[in-house]
Design a protein around this ligand. Structure first.
Ligand SMILES: [Fe+2]
Length: 501
């Protein structure tokens, strides 16, 4: 056990260590109990002149789900079903009527023009407590639609018999779907471990509860809450900030060193001010499209990685206990803002992070574990070649007072980054790493992970549509043609631009 540490997951209790290992979580801790989740619906009917829409306008209202709306989300499985209906008077009411009868909690419904004239495609998302509810929904709807299939269901469990070959674990397709994750709790930071520096400090615990309450209430599109940090909190931040700045001088990668002054100039970084997530998020959005959203605590690897596909990073907003500024047993604003944030402003690093996220969508549990391990050895504890030397870019290193020295010393083993090897490499979470992976560059690392992801078994291809902030499953000819035309347009502009150079 190290007396002075500021890195993620150190000094975990055996119980928490088991939790982290068994779920292969990445390191987010919730501090308040999960709020019960209620059903809601987000109607989106864009067809102004169709007969379907005319009727939908009066029919699409909040569903009265037969399920208990306070049902704990952890006990249910997200499911997305796709179906096609023919545009005729009464068609939509028919389907909606059947949906309302189902014993499930609908979370969203989305429509768009179908692949052929006169058809409309629908995606519905709902929460079901077991596979047979999904099967029941499919059977019930199948009689009223032209085509139906389960796109994804569950959280990575083995698909049941009802699942056709295209099905995979449920994944978010819209940025708003990430709101579902906010309620999913793996552990509660409010119930601090007895060795947590704030364990006996009621004021500290109340403060954390107030900040995490804001995270729990956050929904996509809302401004991120501004925290008025206390003088005590700012003093803690200041000590960490100054100490790390000294260490970063010759150990942090050049990209980090380049971006940090920009954060000082644009986001209020400095020893006397804890920057606000809202300001940072706006800055990152302009740089690379990445955004931050607050989180209560520990997310599963799947949920956390899925968010990266949307260029969204879940960040804590509370700070470690003031009694020991150089130690925290969990991520806090120091770790997030001084460790993670700067590199999300780097285009290659942002692309790399999103590649891991995209690979995690609908992935099997086995592949999620591998991707989370790659994340561990790169985003958290990665090293990279720079000139003739090696520098640190992992947030777990850049926010650690001891391991930053250690990782570049002659004590640990350093090997060239290879996603195949990194994905299956064992690692300790309560002590310094015995082995680090050294990337050639962010650009090379991104290509390596993209190639690795292509080899994972997943029965579909997908892409992120930055205009609509949605994930597109590339399973329709029209969509592929549209994508090809976009690429052709980009190539044309590229050729033209090259001529001017
Ligand atoms: Fe982290």
């Amino acid at each position: 056990m190290h007396p002075v540490l500021s890195r993620v997951s150190h000094r975990l209790t055996p119980a928490k260590t088991r939790l982290l290992l068994s779920t292969n979580t990445i390191g987010r801790f919730y501090t308040t109990p999960a709020k019960k989740y209620g059903a809601y619906i987000l109607p989106h009917i864009p067809h102004k002149h169709s007969t379907i829409n005319n009727h939908a306008a009066t029919t699409l209202r909040p569903f009265a789900s037969a399920s208990d709306p306070t049902k704990d989300i952890q006990g249910s499985q997200n499911t997305t079903i796709y179906f096609t209906i023919v545009d005729r008077v009464g068609a939509l009411e028919e389907v909606l009527g059947r949906l309302a009868e189902l014993d499930v909690s609908l979370t969203s419904i989305e429509s768009r023009p179908g692949r052929h004239a006169g058809l409309y495609d629908f995606y519905i998302d709902f929460l079901a407590s077991e596979d047979k509810q999904v099967a029941h929904a499919v059977t019930k709807l199948a009689k009223h639609v032209k085509e139906i299939r389960v796109v994804s269901t569950g959280g990575g469990s083995t698909p049941g018999d009802l699942v056709e070959q295209r099905q995979s674990a449920w994944f978010p397709r819209r940025k708003q779907d990430l709101d579902l994750f906010a309620e999913r709790v793996l552990s509660y930071g409010a119930e601090l471990d007895s060795d947590h520096p704030g364990f006996t400090d009621d004021t500290y615990r109340a403060r954390r509860a107030a900040i995490t309450k804001l995270a729990r209430e956050y929904r996509t599109g809302m401004p991120l809450a501004r925290i008025v940090y206390t003088a005590e909190e700012i003093a803690t931040w200041g000590q960490v900030y100054q100490k790390l700045e000294e260490l970063h001088f010759d150990k942090a990668c050049r990209e980090y060193q380049y971006i940090k002054p920009l954060l000082v100039a644009n986001c209020g970084y400095g020893p006397d001010n804890i920057p606000q997530l809202e300001d940072i998020s706006r800055f990152l959005k302009e740089c690379t499209g990445f955004t931050l959203r607050p989180v209560m605590g520990l997310l599963s690897s799947r949920d956390f990685l899925n968010a990266l596909a949307f260029r969204v990073f879940f960040s804590t907003q509370y700070i470690r206990h003031s009694s020991n500024p150089f130690y925290t047993p969990e991520p806090d604003v120091c770790h997030e803002l001084l460790g993670h944030v700067p590199l999300f402003a780097d285009p290659d690093f942002a692309d790399f992070s999103q590649e891991i996220g995209l690979a995690s969508l609908g992935a099997s549990e086995e592949d999620i574990k591998k991707l989370a391990t790659i994340y561990w050895f790169t985003v958290e504890f990665g090293l990279c070649k720079q000139g003739n030397g090696v520098k640190a870019f992992g947030a777990g290193l850049l926010s650690s007072f001891g391991e930053l020295d250690y990782c570049l010393s002659d004590k640990p083993q350093r090997v060239r980054f290879d996603p195949e090897k990194a994905a299956v490499q064992d690692y300790p979470i309560t002590e310094y790493q015995p082995i680090y992976f050294v990337a050639d560059s962010f650009k090379v690392m991104k290509e390596q992970v993209r190639s690795y992801a292509n080899r994972l078994s997943r029965p579909f291809s997908l892409r992120y549509n930055a205009y609509t902030e949605t994930i597109e499953v590339l399973d329709e000819k029209e969509r592929l043609i549209r994508m090809a035309n976009n690429i052709r347009g980009d190539l044309s502009r590229l050729a033209e631009a090259i001529e001017y150079i």
